[in-house]
Design a protein around this ligand. Structure first.
Ligand SMILES: CC(C)(COP(=O)(O)OP(=O)(O)OC[C@H]1O[C@@H](n2cnc3c(N)ncnc32)[C@H](O)[C@@H]1OP(=O)(O)O)[C@@H](O)C(=O)NCCC(=O)NCCS
Length: 138
């Protein structure tokens, strides 16, 4: 989510901004943010979020995700992205794109595991996942 101009840590202002950021997308793909968000649940707790946002190109959505720090490094990111790719295909999408920074090793690893084609452009790493072929299972 965008940076919040408020005291560090889980200050009230940051909690409010965090809730607002996620509630703004309750309208889903056809709502004002054109974004469908899913909670990532592990052990009965919400540990993160994965989203798809409709792009102008037909059949294309952009994805993004976060996991709480204590939930990282356990393979949940790739599992969540795989589920998102299935949900995007079920919603009639053909392509899922993402962008990250070349130093985000966790994100790059997750994208690779999900079969993304990656290329660098203007200091960003752009990923493209095609839903026409079968998804990798590992
Ligand atoms: C990017 C992110 C979703 C990856 O999910 P994840 O479940 O941690 O991914 P994995 O468990 O598959 O680990 C990815 C790699 O990071 C390594 N890793 C190890 N410990 C880690 C830790 N504490 N935090 C993050 N990554 C770690 C893993 O070893 C793995 O490397 P490998 O594939 O070579 O084994 C997660 O780290 C995250 O939420 N980061 C902050 C938000 C963000 O960057 N989102 C993506 C923006 S495009």
């Amino acid at each position: 989510m965008p940076p919040v101009d408020a005291p560090a840590g889980w200050s009230l202002a940051r909690r409010d901004a965090f809730r607002e950021f996620h509630r703004a997308s309750f309208g889903g793909l056809d709502g004002p943010t054109r974004t469908l968000m899913y909670a990532i649940v592990s052990g009965g707790e919400v540990v993160g979020m994965v989203r798809m946002t409709r792009r102008d190109e037909p059949g294309t959505v952009e994805t993004g995700m976060w996991l709480g720090r204590s939930a990282r490094g356990r393979g949940l990111g790739a599992a969540a992205l795989r589920e998102l790719l299935h949900a995007a295909a079920a919603a009639g999408m053909r392509t899922v794109v993402a962008d990250t920074t070349p130093d985000n090793a966790g994100a790059i690893s997750v994208l690779r595991k999900c079969g993304a084609e990656l290329h660098e452009e203007g200091g960003k790493l752009l990923a493209r996942m095609c839903l026409d072929s079968a998804l990798p299972t590992h």
